[in-house]
Design a protein around this ligand. Structure first.
Ligand code: DC
Length: 222
């Protein structure tokens, strides 16, 4: 059981690796509680998208960091990057390949964390999903969930979403990103000490949503 924290910051932090079911659950919880939802992975993807579009090498840390600071970015139902609708393209294999490199960049992380905190302050509450939300961005979040699932199940789920990629390709890509995300120096994917770990391998979406709603109610949210 997590310790109860005073409800000042109304953030439900949902972290976990690709394919753990984070997005589906986070969206459903946000809808049930009438809270805004923020997909921070989409923000890292938007930076990668913008770099590719401008012909900037994702490995060029200084230029990509400058881009992250200067770009206009709106992540809501649609993802808008400098007035371009990038909702679909940020999920492309090309962006997916480049995004881990972008997410390793400490200056990019600093800028996106700043934007994420600003978003929460502006909105007043939110269900926020990512890799470092409970550990780095909002260590004071009253509800922290770390979702996971077996490697096979996660690859299976992703390959159903990405119809143009084969299971083996998806599994290899997920394994590569898991490795980069969890071994990077800055804000690696990790379980916050006070997070509730939920293995979704054999659970339905509804069961996990119910669990998160129960945690939220206990914390005085919703
Ligand atoms: O959740 P996703 O697959 O859309 O995330 C895309 C990439 O962004 C992923 O490889 C890890 C990174 N990411 C991160 O480093 N920190 C976050 N808070 C969210 C995503």
């Amino acid at each position: 059981m997590p310790t109860l924290k005073p409800p000042g910051l109304k953030v439900i932090a949902i972290d976990g690796p690709a394919g753990s079911g984070k997005s589906t659950v986070a969206r459903a919880v946000a809808a049930k509680l009438g809270m805004p939802y923020l997909d921070t992975g989409a923000m890292y993807r938007a930076v990668a998208f913008s770099a590719i579009r401008r012909g900037i090498d994702p490995e060029d840390a200084a230029t990509v960091a400058k881009l992250a600071r200067e770009m206009e970015l709106e992540v809501a139902d649609r993802v808008m990057v400098d007035d371009v609708d990038a909702t679909i393209e940020i999920r492309s294999p090309e962006v997916t390949r480049a995004v881990s490199v972008v997410a390793v960049n400490p200056e990019v992380r600093k800028e996106l964390v700043r934007r994420q905190r600003e978003w929460a302050e502006r909105e007043g509450s939110g269900v926020i999903e990512g890799r470092d939300i409970g550990t780095v961005v909002f260590p004071e979040a009253p509800v922290k969930v770390y979702m996971t699932a077996s490697d096979e199940e996660r690859a299976q789920r992703r390959s159903q979403e990405l119809l143009d990629m084969h299971y083996d390709e998806v599994a290899a890509d997920i394994a590569r990103r898991d490795h980069i995300d969890s071994t990077r120096e800055h804000a690696p994917l990790a379980v916050a000490p006070d997070a509730v770990v939920v293995d979704t391998t054999a659970s339905t979406v509804e069961e996990v949503v119910e669990l998160v709603l129960t945690l939220a109610a206990k914390a005085g949210l919703g």
